[in-house]
Write a protein that binds this ligand. Structure first.
Ligand code: FES
Length: 281
């Protein structure tokens, strides 16, 4: 299908010359699914995104269903932190309350994972990535997509993505909680020390902080309602800092995603006796 982007009535009053000029201005051709004039492996990025996200979703879902091996000594898996109800010494309020039906396959992870999960799911970077990789909308820039209509994010259900700012508030609290976990990971039964697990958990907090503090919504929050800086040095410094992290948002998104999964894996392997957690101090 080919079409002229400009309405002919705008140009026809001026005569045939303008009409002819207008028809030469912009011509849009709708491509079939996957059609493109791009050369090279334009599909590679979407494929890697698809495989990376899928691997994380499968692993994190599996780990959340386990309900065991999520602690080792002072270490607590980030998939289970904060442990609101649970059997480990890290639990805030003891074991699961009796009013929760026992047939529900509910583990401490399910009580909290909706928050970091929702934060990532609604992230501006991730949206761009998984719309392409999972929905082919479009498969890549300038590549034909499998649908003709476009509803964007102004309509239900994607308008719900605007809840991202509220997930950010919760994610900031999680950073504090995970930093506290990393601090507690230095206190072993025989006193203060640093194990490999302490370092793994600390790197996790650093990467998650880099990701969370580079959030677009945080940038807008610091910029104020109109996204205008007041000129106060503190605000400018904070804005520059968040902007700097925001430039590397994709990098932090991937590194933190991988590392949070690895942190759970490391603690799980130690708890199962497969890894040995070496003490450095
Ligand atoms: Fe990615 Fe907010 S935009 S975390």
């Amino acid at each position: 299908m080919a079409g002229n982007y400009f309405g002919s009535s705008i140009f026809c009053e001026g005569g045939a010359y303008h009409s002819k000029m207008a028809s030469n201005l912009v011509s849009i051709t709708r491509r079939g699914f996957g059609e493109t004039t791009r050369r090279g492996a334009w599909w590679l990025q979407s494929l890697v995104t698809f495989l990376g996200f899928s691997a994380f979703i499968v692993y994190s879902t599996w780990a959340a269903f386990q309900g065991n091996h999520y602690t080792f000594g002072p270490y607590l898996s980030p998939f289970y932190s904060p442990e609101i109800f649970g059997m480990s010494p890290h639990a805030w309020f003891g074991s699961m309350p009796s009013w929760i039906p026992s047939w529900l396959p509910l583990t401490p992870a399910f009580l909290i994972l909706w928050a970091p999960g929702g934060f990532r799911f609604t992230c501006y970077y991730y949206r761009g990535a998984y719309y392409k990789a999972f929905w082919a909308d479009p498969p890549a820039c300038a590549v034909g997509e499998p649908r003709s209509g476009y509803r964007g994010e102004n309509w239900f259900p994607l308008i719900l993505q605007n809840v991202h700012r509220y997930f950010l508030y919760i994610a900031l609290i999680f950073i504090v909680l995970l930093a506290h976990d990393a601090w507690k990971a230095m206190w072993f039964s025989d006193g203060w020390g640093i194990g490999v697990g302490t370092i793994v958990m600390t790197i996790n907090v650093i990467l998650l902080s880099g990701y969370t503090l580079g959030c677009h919504s945080l940038r807008h929050l610091i910029g104020g309602a109109r996204n205008v800086l007041s000129g106060r040095p503190v605000q400018k410094k904070a804005y520059d800092c968040v902007s700097g992290l925001n430039k590397r948002h994709m990098m932090f998104a991937w590194f933190s995603l991988f590392w949070v999964g690895f942190t759970d894996f490391y603690i799980r392997m130690c708890s199962m006796g497969i890894f040995t957690d070496y003490r450095i101090f």
